[in-house]
Structures are given as C-alpha cells and as structure tokens.
Design a protein around this ligand. Structure first.
Ligand code: GLN
Length: 521
C-alpha cells in the first residue's frame, strides 16, 4: 500500500554551483528569514511578562499562567505545522503562510488600548484591548507553528546525507536566530519599556515584515528541497470549488480562532498538549512498527529519548523569559558602562553569548571530528543540561550575596547567562541537527514538530516553576526586596540541583544511546 507519505523523495541537494562561503546559498536565506522571525518573536517575548504585570496589572501568577499557555501553544503548534508541511504544503509554502500570520499577529500586538487602573482596591482592565491582544497571540501561535519547524527542516535538507558541514550549518543558523534575539531585546525592549509598549511590539512587527520579504525574495535558492510532496494533490478540488490548498488555509484561519479561545484557559492548553503528544506517540508507534526497518526504529527511539531529555534543559532555560526577567527588574542593579539597562534589554545577554560562542563551536566540532574526539550527540546533551544547572547555581549564589544596596550585582547575571549559553550551544543546534539526521526522512518535519513539542511542555513547566517565585507588591505597589530575593534564591538553587542531576543521568545513559544511533553522528 502506498500513501502520500511514500511519494517520491526530494531531489538530492546539489553541492557545487549554489554555494557561498562553503555552505549552500539556501542556508543564508534561512539564516536571515529566521533571524527576523526571531527578532519579532523575542522582541515580543521579552516584553510580554512586564507588559502584563505593569500595563494590564496582571498578578505575577496570572502573568506566568498566560506566558505558559501562550508559549506552550506556540511550541506545540509546530507539530501540526510540521505534519501539514510533510504531507501536503511542503516547507516553502508553509513558511510563507506562517510569515504572513506572524506579520498580522505582531502588528496586532501594537494595539495596547487603555492602561489598567486600580479603582477601590480592584483592577479595572480594558477588555477590548485584551481581546485584541489574545487574538494577536493566537495569530503568532499559528504563524510560528507553520514557520519555525519548517525553516529548520529546510536547513537539514540543503546538505547531502552524512555531510559533515551539517552541524556547522545548524550552528550558523542558530547564530542567525540569536542575532535576531539579541537585537530585538535591545531594540524592542528599550522601545517598549521606555517609549511605550506599542512601540516595542510595533518594532517586532516591522522585523517580521522584513523576514517575510527576505524569504520571498530568496526562496529560489532552496534547490527544490522545500516543495510539496505531491503538487497536483494540492490543486485537486476537495470542497466545492475549493482545492486542497485553499481548504488548508481556511482550516488554519479557523485554527487561529480555536487558539484564541484556548489561550486564556491554561488547563485547556495543557489538555490540548497532552492530546497532541498522545496522538504523536500513537502515530509514531504505528509508523515505527509498520514502516521502519529495525535500525530506523532504533534511531527514531534514540531521537525520542533526546527530545525527552531536552525538556529538562528548556524548562530551566525558559526561566530567562520569566523569573529571570522579574528578578532583574526588581532585585538587581542594572547599570553597566554608564547606562541603566532595562530588564528586557538584559535578556539580550543570552543571545549575545550565543553568537560570541557560536563561531568557536562551529570551528570546534569539525576539528574534534577530524581528531576522532567529537563527543557523541547524547554526551553533548548531557553536558548541555549540566551547564544549564550550573548557571542556576551561579545565580543562586548571586541572589544570596546582595551588595550594600540590598540588590544583586549585574555580573552574577552576566556570568549565569554565559554558563547557560555554553549549555544551549551543546544542546540546541545539535538537537536540530540530530532531528534531521536520525529521523526517517519522510517524517522529518513532524519530528521537528516533536522537538518543539518538548519545548512546549517545558514552557508550561517553566511557567509553573516561575510561579513558585511569585511576589505580590505591597499596598504601596512596591516589592519587599529581601523577601523577593529569598524566593528567587530558593527557586534558583532547586533548579540548579535538578539540572546537575538530570545532566549526569543523561551522561550515564550515553553509551546505550550511542549504540542505537548506528553510526549517525
Ligand atoms: N532559542 C531557540 C530558538 O528560538 C530555541 C527555542 C526552543 O527550542 N525552545 O529557536
């Protein structure tokens, strides 16, 4: 029996004519598209919790709940975006669709309405602007779902199988992600916190418009690797005058309304994620059983294990957009080089260290490889999680050693970010690369979706963990710094231990996992 999943594989990537600086030209198209997409994504994300708690006067707990629900959905949707791309739309069309939705969503965020006020001890919010805000978030969720997994999969497709440049290609791609994240935290964070939230969100929207423009003008360099599996099927009429492609677009629009409904209901979001994960596991079980050789099944199982481990890393990492933001806003000195940085701007430190360290790692892997000393993917994962744990140890020590002013010195935060980012580079780009090389090619976008689904779970867990450090302002609207510090310090040291413990477990399992990889690097 054949299904559309079994249709002809994409053409083999060409190697010589379409290269620039040792990599396929398409890599640079993906690099800049994703750079601008992440500019808009993180420009919005660094402002989100501050905007909710300071402008719409959400409590910390309600702010974390919404952050978790939004970020959970944003990373769960790539399962659907990946699946639809694998089976029907292809990656190129999916990226364009996602890009359009993202432009609408980010520009919608720039509508901020009236600031919430406290009247007779109760908070009065502008209901209409909050609805527009939720709808904009829904558009972003759907947009990321279609863009993010597929642009990452295209990168893997640009290299012939077993090409040693693939890990470096992903490290460079990852650098693009972080150039975007870095600039956006600086620009959107500064505009949003000092000139007005709508300026920050608006700037994010403009970034996404540029990203879409880059992709539309550069898509011819993708070497036909991102086309639909079965183009005539997309043109076939399936509903009255509507062809399949139009029906998919209509379904996506309906999906935006579903997400709009879900986003304010964290419990419903959790169940949606559980349902998605269950469907994915059942579908994968069926696929492994009926469509894979023994070796492919083992490789897919190793990939699944790696995806599960990545969850620990992301649950720690995502504190940077939650508890770390409120920590730096409330209990930390933020002055350096004569400038008082805003909390959202300081979130740029993560991306800054990534692109300082990326060239080093991009150089290191092929070199270690040639010397026969390249650590295996599971070992890199284990080390990555250990480093994430260590960064929390650093920050916990900082939180327990405030200066004379009672606030924590900025350099603890800088050091913690540095350590965390070494961990991120050990795990995240390597993970993307592992997805494309360990997955059976026919379901690679779907597995990329599964990779991001792990992030989705981590986002929910991260928000739940962040909530443990909630502090509510006193009657005068101020925060008790000493009390807040002790809550942050407790959370950070617990997370430090969790990271160290989990990382060591992964390192111990490395030999077993390596065997299941059957030589794939
Ligand atoms: N920071 C990376 C990105 O934006 C990874 C995010 C994730 O997978 N959770 O792509």
């Amino acid at each position: 029996m054949t299904t559309s999943l079994d249709a002809a594989p994409p053409p083999a990537p060409q190697t010589s004519t379409s290269e620039l600086w040792g990599h396929p030209k398409g890599l640079y198209v993906c690099f800049f598209t994703e750079m601008w997409e992440r500019f808009s994504f993180y420009g919005m994300k660094v402002l989100l919790l501050l905007y909710l708690t300071k402008y719409h006067l959400f409590t910390d707990a309600a702010g974390y709940d919404l952050l978790g629900a939004y970020a959970g959905l944003v990373y769960a949707m790539p399962v659907i975006g990946g699946l639809v791309a694998d089976r029907y739309l292809g990656m190129r069309k999916s990226v364009v669709l996602g890009g359009i939705l993202l432009c609408c969503g980010h520009l919608g965020m720039a509508f901020e309405g009236e600031q919430a006020r406290v009247i007779d001890g109760g908070v009065v919010q502008d209901a209409l602007s909050i609805e527009v805000f939720y709808f904009s978030l829904a558009l972003i969720v759907m947009g990321v779902g279609f863009l993010k997994p597929n642009i990452s999969t295209i990168v893997g497709r640009l290299y012939p199988d077993g090409d040693a440049r693939q890990d470096s290609g992903f490290t460079l791609f990852y650098m693009g992600i972080n150039v975007g994240a870095f600039l956006s935290a600086l620009v959107c964070g500064w505009l949003g916190e000092t000139h007005g939230w709508n300026w920050g969100f608006g700037a994010a929207g403009v970034g996404m418009l540029i990203g879409l423009g880059v992709f539309l003008s550069g898509q011819r360099h993708l070497q036909g690797q991102a086309e639909p599996r079965d183009p005539p099927a997309l043109r076939r009429r399936v509903l009255g005058a509507l062809n399949l492609e139009a029906v998919i677009h209509a379904a996506v629009i309906c999906g935006v309304f579903v997400v709009w409904y879900l986003i304010r209901r964290p419990v419903a979001v959790h169940w949606t994620m559980h349902a998605t994960a269950t469907a994915l596991v059942l579908g994968m079980g069926w696929f492994l059983w009926t469509r894979c050789t023994r070796q492919q099944a083992q490789q897919m199982l190793v990939l699944t294990a790696l995806i599960l481990f990545s969850m620990v890393f992301w649950a720690l990492y995502e504190q940077t957009y939650g508890s770390w933001i409120l920590f730096s806003d409330r209990v930390m000195e933020r002055e350096a080089f004569g400038i008082e940085w805003t909390a959202s701007q300081l979130a740029s430190l993560g991306a800054f260290f990534i692109f300082v360290l990326s060239p080093l790692f991009a150089w290191l892997w092929p070199r270690l490889d040639r010397a026969g000393r390249n650590p295996s993917t599971p070992a890199k994962f284990g080390l990555g999680i250990v480093f994430a744990g260590l960064s929390f140890v650093v920050l916990a020590i900082g939180a327990r050693s405030p200066g004379n002013s009672g606030m924590v010195a900025l350099w603890w935060f800088v050091a913690a970010y540095f350590v965390l980012e070494v961990g991120e580079l050990l795990l995240s780009p390597i993970g993307l690369s592992a997805v494309t090389s360990l997955s059976v090619p026919r379901v690679v976008s779907l597995m990329m979706g599964a990779w991001f689904l792990a992030s989705a779970y981590s986002e929910v867990v991260a928000a739940w963990l962040g909530k443990l450090s909630s502090v509510e302002p006193g009657a005068d609207g101020g925060i008790d710094v000493a009390h807040a510090l002790s809550r942050y310090a407790d959370l950070f040291s617990n997370l430090g231990w969790i990271g160290l413990g989990a990382g060591v477990v992964v390192l111990l399992l490395t030999p077993i996992l390596r065997r299941g990889m059957h030589g794939v690097k």
